[in-house]
Design a protein around this ligand. Structure first.
Ligand SMILES: CC(C)(COP(=O)(O)OP(=O)(O)OC[C@H]1O[C@@H](n2cnc3c(N)ncnc32)[C@H](O)[C@@H]1OP(=O)(O)O)[C@@H](O)C(=O)NCCC(=O)NCCS
Length: 182
């Protein structure tokens, strides 16, 4: 398996990854991904694909959001989405994508990477509950355990406070959990 930065020609395959990986939410996540990717032209971020047999089998995207720290606003990265084609899951592809992404962002002096997700999966990759480290989640609809953070070498003690998601997450209503329709 090869992991490399996404190229323009990968976009349709990446869409296919998220459409299949996320099942019923697939189109919504793929739309979110397309909109977030479009922000990479003007703000920092990282889009990585996993290639096997010449095919895109997994994808992870990191984009810029803000941390409302006491001293000033600080740019941080948010990991979303990450997906692996269903028939390729549980073989280390997702972990490899995330680990490589964290390495590259560390080299680029990014201080913090946040995400919403299942702690059972992300704990083993080194993510920790954000609340326990002095961070506040961007919505009360995110379960405490799901709000996680990975501090990198560039993190400094003053960088605490509230994560402020970039507008794309709100425009696509992809923040936290909503009550089910009656
Ligand atoms: C989550 C996902 C990206 C993980 O990628 P992957 O390549 O399947 O994962 P890896 O092979 O690196 O790691 C697999 C391990 O993580 C565990 N794991 C996978 N998904 C998990 C989840 N949602 N919750 C808890 N554990 C999970 C598996 O149990 C497995 O451990 P095991 O082999 O010891 O049982 C992938 O399963 C996926 O695309 N899922 C659907 C989309 C999704 O939920 N994305 C994340 C949203 S936050």
């Amino acid at each position: 398996m090869e992991i490399r930065e996404e190229r323009a020609a990968d976009a349709a395959a990446v869409r296919g990854v998220h459409e299949t990986a996320f099942g019923g939410d697939g189109a919504k996540v793929a739309d979110l991904n397309d909109a977030l990717r479009a922000t990479l032209a003007e703000s920092a971020g990282l889009s990585l694909v996993a290639i096997e047999g010449g095919e895109v089998v997994g994808h992870v995207l990191f984009t810029t959001s803000l941390l409302d720290a006491p001293r000033r606003l600080a740019e941080v990265q948010v990991l979303s989405p990450v997906g692996v084609r269903p028939e390729k899951q549980r073989r280390g592809v997702g972990s490899a994508l995330i680990r490589r992404g964290l390495e590259i962002l560390d080299e680029r002096s990014v201080p913090l990477v946040f995400l919403e997700g299942d702690p059972a999966y992300y704990r083993r990759l080194g993510f920790r509950p954000g609340g326990g480290l002095g961070f506040r989640k961007p919505s009360l609809r995110i379960p405490d355990a799901a709000f996680q953070v990975y501090p990198l070498a560039a993190h400094e003690p003053w960088m605490t406070g509230t994560l402020v998601y970039s507008p794309v997450f709100w425009q696509h209503d992809c923040v936290g959990l909503r009550d089910p329709e009656p």
